[in-house]
Design a binder for this molecule. Structure first.
Ligand SMILES: [Zn+2]
Length: 203
């Protein structure tokens, strides 16, 4: 019981009369449409897609979270998500807290969300039952591959050149040459703005 109480104290529920404003980071991923065209969708860091501006959390915990009766019996879905003893819920950060750093070589977006329903706090990190993208979002081309990092402080640093679909995700190609990434950035910002109905800035 002691551990349970400590966990609950670590994650107090945010008492709020209205939405909690927080920041998040998303990867930008390709999404193939039925007509063969490819659009863009925001996803979580592990690839969970945000197909609409508002996302409702579900508990996708597949580990044996808690034994109920005997061996093999487990509770996977809570009555209310997020559960203090689980990892479920939509992650976001206080507006002043640091965001997770996305993988190198991947385009990503940062921006504001409004959290509603149940919201749990772990220091500067929040887990919410529901999140709506309220914008503005900023689209980034991200950091170069580690192999190119030493060249960034040279007289001719590598630049993001283009964005390509590779094995179902988007990769930013870095190097020295004609810059077509800036054009992609502005088209992608317009596409995401239309999809999520928010302002999207190209960084
Ligand atoms: Zn859960």
């Amino acid at each position: 019981m002691g551990a349970r109480v400590a966990t609950a104290l670590d994650a107090p529920e945010v008492a709020s009369g209205g939405p909690v404003v927080a920041r998040r980071c998303w990867l930008v991923a390709p999404e193939e449409h039925r007509d063969g065209t490819v659009g863009l969708v925001l996803t979580g860091m592990l690839g969970f897609p945000w197909r609409e501006p508002t996302l409702d959390a579900k508990c996708l915990e597949t580990e044996p979270a808690r034994h109920l009766g005997g061996p093999g019996e487990m509770e996977r879905h809570h009555r209310v998500v997020p559960d203090p003893d689980c990892t479920c819920g939509i992650r976001a950060a206080d507006p002043t807290a640091d965001l997770p750093r996305p993988p190198r070589g991947r385009p990503f977006a940062t921006g504001f969300v409004a959290l509603t329903g149940r919201v749990l706090r772990h220091g500067g990190l929040l887990r919410a039952q529901r999140a709506s993208i309220v914008g503005p979002l900023t689209l980034h081309l991200g950091r170069p591959p580690l192999a190119l990092a030493p060249f960034l402080r040279t007289a001719r640093p590598p630049r993001p050149l283009r964005v390509a679909v590779d094995a179902g995700s988007l990769r930013v190609r870095w190097g020295w040459g004609a810059d077509r990434a800036a054009d992609w950035l502005h088209r992608a910002a317009a596409s995401l703005a239309a999809r999520y109905h928010v302002e999207v800035l190209a960084s």
